[in-house]
Write a protein that binds this ligand. Structure first.
Ligand code: FAD
Length: 402
């Protein structure tokens, strides 16, 4: 039998993150969102002090040593306040740190994972390019061996924390013949530091959601990367990119669950304040229907990410379950945010209330880390037998209490 109770440690974490985000971020978020301002000086030290930047990285590698469910709890609580906070967990912890934990050498763990898990360095993930999103095999970035270095050339775009992070996990072609054939076994993964010569970045200024977060592009113009910075073996880059997504999608799923809860709570509050036809609008059955749908979506989303976190704790493969959790909860969050605006009527169409921000923020997650359509196809392919998960050379380590 399985239990659905959170441990005392989980509950304490939930309460601590909830209180921190309510106290430190919630009072300023509307203004920061309007001003497109990423409050780096407040947020990063706060996340670091709470141990969240290395939450489920083992203590021997500088982390807090909590389990993977804890990463979900933190993601849910952070996105309850604003998506930009959860995005940091997704790219820094999910996509980057956990990939180094599973695939990194001892030296890479010492040089990169430890300072990242301790919150002294911030990390991102660079797969997407101007001409390659869902179709990752279309990337153009190349890494050509020159002595004991690789020379990287290319541009990554739509990169969370592009203008802020210190280190990036970058996917590039190392086998140019395989690039021509679109054979992903010609890709490799690298840790690229912002400080490397030839690296430059900038923000995406026209973005209309997650405005209190940083999203941008970076260019690698002949960046020389030491060969010790290759993550995994030559040719394992595509597998590593997909492995990273198994971890990032988990945080996105848990975060979207928090966003649904935020929509639900704001809608319940408003439905009891606002009157129409002589009664609170919550008395109207069609308003009740939207609120009930939010509760159903919240509970189902939560169960899905909890299952995925439990599988991770057990050291079991969870690509299918995590993909389902991400797909279901992000699509549900879009429904919840749309209905939350609807329940607020014209007030929902204004930034005076938070639901307009929820509506803009939710859409990103329906696009990144596998679009709604890619996840739909993936789930069907599993059922139809067109897709199955083969064992990987490196797996996320089973959680061991410290
Ligand atoms: C806010 C934000 C943050 C991001 N952060 C990062 C990051 O940190 N790192 C990173 O590498 N990337 C990041 N991304 C990029 C993101 O991963 C890509 O946008 C995503 O993979 C989709 O790629 P695309 O935008 O090129 O869309 P496309 O792949 O061009 O897709 C366009 C449309 O076609 C559909 N489509 C494409 N192929 C198929 C198919 N086979 N079947 C059915 N439909 C299909 C898609 O579902 C979509 O509706 C971020 C994006 C956003 C919006």
């Amino acid at each position: 039998m399985i239990g659905f109770d959170l441990t005392d440690e989980h509950r304490l974490l939930e309460q601590t993150v909830r209180e921190w985000a309510a106290r430190e971020v919630a009072p300023h978020i509307r203004e920061h969102d309007r001003q497109h301002f990423f409050d780096r000086e407040r947020i990063l030290p706060g996340l670091k002090a709470l141990g969240l930047l290395g939450i489920c990285v083992p203590q021997e590698h500088g982390g807090a040593g909590m389990d993977y469910v804890s990463l979900g709890i933190a993601s849910e609580e952070l996105e309850y306040v604003d998506t930009s906070l959860r995005v940091i967990m997704s790219v820094h912890v999910g996509l980057n740190c956990l990939t180094l934990l599973a695939w990194g050498t001892d030296d890479q763990k010492k040089r990169y994972l430890v300072p990242q898990a301790q919150g002294d360095k911030l990390a991102g993930y660079g797969l997407t390019e101007p001409g390659a999103g869902s179709d990752a095999r279309a990337i153009q970035t190349t890494a050509v061996k020159k002595g004991d270095r690789y020379v990287l050339n290319g541009e990554k775009t739509w990169i969370s924390l592009a203008d802020v992070a210190d280190n990036f996990l970058v996917i590039a072609w190392t086998d140019l013949q395989k690039k021509q054939q679109r054979d992903p076994s010609g890709m490799s993964a690298f840790v690229v530091e912002r400080s490397f010569k030839g690296f430059s970045s900038g923000p995406l200024k026209e973005k209309w959601g997650i405005l209190a977060g940083n999203t941008g592009y970076f260019v690698m113009d002949g960046v020389e990367v030491p060969e010790e910075n290759m993550v995994g073996r030559p040719g394992e880059g595509f597998k590593i990119a997909m492995f990273a997504l198994d971890q990032g999608r988990f945080t996105v799923a848990a975060g979207a669950t928090g966003l649904i809860r935020a929509c639900r709570d704001a809608s319940v509050r408003y439905a009891k304040e606002r009157q129409a036809f002589g009664v609170e609008i919550g008395q109207h059955q069609l308003v009740k229907q939207m609120i009930a749908q939010m509760e159903s979506d919240y509970q189902a989303s939560r169960l899905l990410w909890l299952r995925s976190g439990w599988l991770k704790n057990e050291g079991r493969r969870n690509t299918k379950e995590t993909g389902l959790a991400k797909w279901f909860s992000t699509v549900a969050s879009e429904r919840a945010a749309g209905d939350a605006v609807q329940i607020h009527g014209a007030n929902g169409y204004s930034d005076e209330y938070p639901v307009g921000r929820f509506f803009r923020n939710c859409k990103g997650a329906v696009i990144y880390e596998g679009t709604r359509e890619i996840h739909t196809v993936m789930q069907a392919d599993y059922l139809l037998g067109y897709r199955s998960d083969r064992p990987s050379r490196c797996e996320l380590p089973r959680w061991q209490p410290s």
